[in-house]
Design a protein around this ligand. Structure first.
Ligand SMILES: [Zn+2]
Length: 332
């Protein structure tokens, strides 16, 4: 190879690289006339977070669907009502959480057993749109429609669980039958609940649940909803609050509903009283029993107010449990 030619070629290559580099700098800075300035004109889109999570449990397909999230003030006023605000703030800070705010999410769970589509709880309904009340639209993103739901299970009858049963006075899940705890229904549907502290809740039950009573099966602990799904009593958060044991193909998932509603404060300190627990001491007892069972059995659970996708494990830690959110465990 002629040395001269090589040198020339190499020199022009180096010059070329230099020129390209200069052009790149000019384009980025817009220094030279005629160069295309960096516009940075794409508007920011705002936060985007997942609201649907679909996975397999044995022969079941499970979908957690976030109906919405609502910010709340004063965590101590809800999740540590028998504690000093300082004690609650300290535990929050130790877990990288602010002392004065929290995000409360609502996550119904859909289970396709292969022969029935079972939906657990229904979100807030239109009452909290647009922050929450988005269940139907997000079910569609997961490949399911309200029409495809065969069974709606109500874990209990607080507004964020039964609000999505009706829209404009009509059932949102037109082909569904319903399952709920007999104790819960008897409490809320009794006429004397329509006055006093239960008034608001009882009125919603009259509007959304009572009209569906003829299509409802009332269960107690140990009863089966469909094959592989069994009701378990966990009274306290509400008088007849039920959780559900899901089993398929040798896999198990516990649906804990509102047994524990803050992934740090109620898990690490299950004995702290919670404002929304209608019977505070029974709420504590239910938390200790259910969380202890999940940790001992080392099974995953899905919790209605856990941070999305609302599925995790529990590791014993001090006087309570550490919430371990799922990563890839359910895919194995
Ligand atoms: Zn709830």
């Amino acid at each position: 190879m002629p040395t001269e030619a090589f040198s020339t070629d190499r020199r022009s290559l180096i010059l070329g690289a230099g020129a390209a580099g200069a052009a790149a700098v000019a384009a980025a800075t817009g220094v030279f006339a005629g160069a295309r300035p960096a516009l940075a004109a794409a508007p920011k889109q705002g936060p985007m977070k997942p609201t649907v999570y679909r996975f397999t449990l044995g022969d079941f397909e499970v979908v957690t669907v976030q109906d919405g999230t609502v910010p709340m003030e004063n965590p101590a006023g809800t999740f540590g009502v028998n504690q000093t605000p300082e004690a609650v703030s300290e535990l929050a800070a130790a877990n990288f959480l602010p002392a004065d705010k929290l995000i409360n999410g609502y996550t119904p769970t859909l289970v396709n057993t292969g022969s029935e589509v079972v939906l657990f709880d229904t979100g807030t309904g239109a009452a909290r749109l647009p922050a929450a009340g988005n269940l139907a639209e997000r079910l569609a993103a997961a490949g399911y429609s309200p029409e495809s739901v065969d069974v709606v299970v109500l874990t209990h009858m607080h507004g964020d669980h039964i609000g999505g049963l009706m829209a404009d006075g009509k059932p949102v899940f037109p082909n569904a039958r319903y399952v709920t705890g007999a104790t819960e229904y008897d409490f809320w549907s009794a006429p004397d609940r329509l006055t006093g502290p239960t008034e608001g809740g009882a009125k919603l039950v009259q509007a959304n649940v009572v009209p569906l009573a003829e299509k409802t099966t009332f269960v107690k602990g140990g009863d089966s909803v469909v094959s592989g799904i069994t009701a378990v009593e966990a009274f306290g958060h509400s008088p007849g609050h039920m959780i559900y044991n899901l089993e398929s193909g040798g896999r198990r998932l516990v649906l804990t509903a509102d047994t524990a509603n803050h992934f740090v404060l109620s898990m690490q300190r299950p004995d702290w009283h919670v404002r929304f627990d209608m019977d505070k001491e029974k709420g504590v007892a239910a938390r200790k029993a259910v969380l202890g069972m999940i940790a001992a059995d080392q099974v995953p659970f899905v919790g209605y107010h856990m941070p999305f996708p609302s599925v995790g494990y529990l590791e014993p830690m001090g006087e309570g449990y550490r919430f371990v959110p799922v990563a890839y465990q359910l895919d194995l």
